[in-house]
Design a protein around this ligand. Structure first.
Ligand SMILES: [Zn+2]
Length: 471
């Protein structure tokens, strides 16, 4: 008699099949960098998966050893809509963002008309709907004639209110009068609304112009729009914060003195934070003589010692966020005579490459793990915390939106005008050799940039409600 086969059926607990698995990467998490991958379910991060484990998934992306970072948040862009769409629009700007590894942008209010009334945020979002590949929210503008509007602003309408203390071409609504500024700080404090500040003192610029005339050549630009204007304004901001307790985020800090003042104020317990930009970290006043209008910026690009201090604050703390201040102008506008060429450059696509390249060149002794961790902190986690998005964005964490990028840290490539995705079609970085390249950008589980295929996702970016309480 033959032996009977023993047939046995074992029921294995059914493993859920993920929508997407990313494998074979280096995860940049809040707790450090480690080999592994993650799964995505319903547009959210489902699980961080150790390197030696696999999960069933309908679609698998092999990260091929690339870093997996959280999708970046650029908290300072000017996508020029409405009214200035000859310079930029959301179709172009958001694709430039996606190609640069950015999955969320926060747009500035100095459009035509400006976003002064929180009630107009719905109309602005409606105008963007169906054109953006990245998620977005807004900063409100502050109208000096109607500071009471700040009191009505909800986090859904705007994540902060932007104050221009100095003016220029696209920023005609300047708050100069001390009593108005005082009211703005008091109103914002009461409304628990953060202020984002262009902190240069218009009166200082006017005084200097009256004495020595406005800049006539690009090499005059920094000396005629000097650090004095920024330092005076930052000191005033600190004083107003001390008086009212308003949360204040100072934008595009350009000088060593401002870094010191703001670091000291934060150390003293005042609710101040600050941003630096890739252009102040990448160029110096010497470049402005060479590049002319392309690096005509407001505040000015300063000297090497300032740049060193800014980098020091990026590497070792002090800086809260890095924002691109993506502010495109057409070539024709930039070709006007010195006094009339508008300040600003495109930068949303160059943000991550410029910062990562700068870190690797300036701090070659640091491991790249440290560099990507700083990037994830300053351009994802920190802006998410500051602007009320941390329950959804900013970290590789189960439950959060599946916004992530694959960064090849060793790719070396050159910035070329034909690759610029901004509508303006030029970059101050043309000819630069960059280290580190975004290979893939995923927003809420959807691929929105695939470099190998030069392909973008659908323009299904959403207006984010920041009213969920932050961490
Ligand atoms: Zn700006």
């Amino acid at each position: 008699m033959s032996q009977r086969a023993e047939v046995r059926v074992t029921v294995i607990e059914e493993l859920p099949v993920a929508d997407l698995a990313v494998v074979n990467g280096r995860l940049v998490t809040p707790d450090g960098v480690r080999r592994g991958g993650l799964t995505v379910q319903g547009g959210k991060i489902a699980e961080l998966v150790p390197h030696d484990e696999r999960r069933p998934a309908n679609k698998v992306i092999d990260a091929a050893g690339c870093y997996i970072l959280p999708g970046l948040i650029d908290s300072h862009v000017h996508f020029r809509t409405p009214g200035l769409t000859h310079k930029e629009d959301w179709a172009h700007g958001s694709r430039a963002a996606a190609a640069g590894g950015i999955t969320t942008v926060i747009d500035m209010p100095n459009t035509v008309p400006p976003l002064f009334d929180p009630a107009d945020a719905d109309a602005k979002a409606a105008g963007i709907a169906g054109t953006s590949v990245v998620d977005f929210c807004f900063h409100l503008g502050v109208d000096g004639a109607r500071p009471e509007l700040l009191a009505t602003c909800t986090p859904r309408q705007a994540v902060s209110a932007k104050v221009f203390m100095a003016g220029h071409h696209t920023a005609p609504h300047v708050i100069r009068e001390p009593d108005v500024l005082d009211r703005v700080f008091a109103t914002a404090a009461k409304a628990e609304l953060r202020l984002a500040l262009h902190a240069e003192d218009d009166a200082v610029h006017e005084l200097l112009d009256g004495w020595s005339g406005p800049p006539r050549e690009y090499r005059d630009y920094e000396p005629r729009r000097p650090r004095t204007g920024s330092i005076v304004a930052v000191a005033r901001v600190i004083e107003l914060v001390r008086r009212h307790g308003t949360a204040a985020h100072v934008l595009h800090v350009s000088s060593a003195e401002e870094v010191d003042l703001l670091s000291a104020a934060a150390h003293a317990g005042l609710p101040v934070t600050f941003e630096v930009t890739p252009h102040h970290l990448s160029f110096t006043d010497k470049d402005t003589s060479r590049l002319g209008a392309r690096t005509r910026l407001s505040p000015s690009i300063r000297n090497e010692a300032d740049q060193r201090r800014l980098w020091d604050a990026v590497r070792s703390g002090g800086v809260t966020t890095i924002g691109s201040d993506h502010a495109p102008h057409t070539r024709a506008e930039k070709s006007r005579p010195v006094a009339d060429a508008p300040p600003g450059l495109p930068g949303v696509q160059e943000l991550l490459p410029a910062i990562f390249t700068g870190m690797r060149r300036r701090f070659p002794e640091d491991p790249p793990d440290l560099h990507v961790s700083r990037v994830a902190e300053l351009i994802a986690a920190s802006p998410a915390d500051l602007f009320g998005l941390a329950e959804r964005k900013g970290r590789l964490k189960p439950g959060l939106d599946a916004d992530l990028i694959l960064l090849d840290p060793d790719a070396v490539w050159m910035v070329r005008a034909e690759d610029v995705l901004s509508k303006c079609g030029w970059s101050a970085y043309e000819g630069w050799t960059m280290t580190g390249r975004v290979e893939l950008t995923v927003r809420r589980g959807e691929i929105i940039w695939d470099r190998a295929n030069q392909a973008f996702g659908d323009p299904t970016g959403r207006w984010l409600d920041a009213s969920l309480s932050s961490r």
